[in-house]
Design a protein. Structure first.
Length: 267
């Protein structure tokens, strides 16, 4: 059986960063602490590199998937010997996407995902939605999948990952108050109903009109929350155990007991 995968979720830094350099410095510190605790993967939040509440400035701050931000994150991953997943605004031609990259410990790209379900006026005005629902990567014997924030609030997206074999779903997010119900209730429910782990890494502090809820967590398929952050800057560490996942799927057979021939009208 594959041994547990230790992961870290970084909830920070609070507020709008003054520069990408500030967030990279914070990331390097979090990565060193995570590696020191034995973590093999560090997950940050939505639009980590730039901050979320940028308004029209997000267009000018966007960069290519292989831009300077990616190079800097790859150097941190290589230095600390762990994988890093981070959010950033991606420029692709004239389009700007709310994107995520997962970088391997050797600096190579493992996965790239563009948010498919945009939330609110800000995201709708400046971002182009992605069109690939299931993005996955294999790391340390665990099948990883990616969604971003609002995506996880749709049961269909999480179930699609479960049916595709995702075991640990990475969800960088920028969830605002008063929607604490999402990390407190919906994320654990998604993990239970689709029988997978969900790592939910939120922003914290206030940016412009938004105050973020924090409450980052690792939700397990047995309905428990294995680690939970508070409202402020935090780094939480927890293990993703394939043995627990296997046992939970054997006990709670939702995926096997589905009758998809009855659900066609739901499309």
């Amino acid at each position: 059986m594959t041994p547990p995968l230790r992961i870290a979720l970084y909830q920070g830094p609070p507020g709008v960063p003054s520069s990408t350099g500030e967030t990279l410095d914070a990331l390097a510190g979090a990565a060193r602490r995570a590696a020191g605790a034995g973590a093999r993967l560090l997950l940050t939040n939505e639009l980590y590199l730039t901050g979320y509440a940028l308004g029209a400035d997000v267009v000018g701050r966007a960069e290519a998937a292989d831009g300077p931000g990616a190079s800097a994150v790859a150097a941190i991953a290589d230095e600390c010997g762990l994988a890093i997943g981070y959010g950033y605004p991606e420029r692709d031609g004239t389009a700007v996407h709310n994107s995520f990259q997962l970088i391997a410990p050797d600096g190579a790209r493992l996965a790239h995902y563009r948010k498919t379900h945009l939330f609110g006026d800000f995201e709708g005005a400046y971002f182009t939605p992605g069109d690939e629902a299931v993005v996955q990567a294999d790391f340390d014997g665990v099948r990883l999948g990616v969604l971003i924030c609002y995506d996880v609030e749709f049961p269909e997206t999480v179930r699609a990952h479960a049916l595709a074999g995702t075991e640990l779903l990475l969800v960088p997010t920028a969830l605002m108050r008063p929607y604490e119900i999402v990390p407190q209730t919906i994320v654990p429910a998604r993990a239970w109903e689709s029988q997978l782990y969900i790592a939910y890494a939120n922003r914290c502090g206030t940016e412009g009109e938004f105050t973020f809820a924090g409450l980052s967590c690792l939700a397990a398929p047995d309905g428990t929350v294995r680690a939970r952050a508070g409202a402020g800057e935090d780094l939480i560490i927890a293990d993703v155990d394939p043995a627990l996942l296997k046992a939970s799927r054997a006990e709670n057979t939702y995926l096997n007991d589905r009758r998809p021939e009855l659900y066609g009208a739901l499309g």
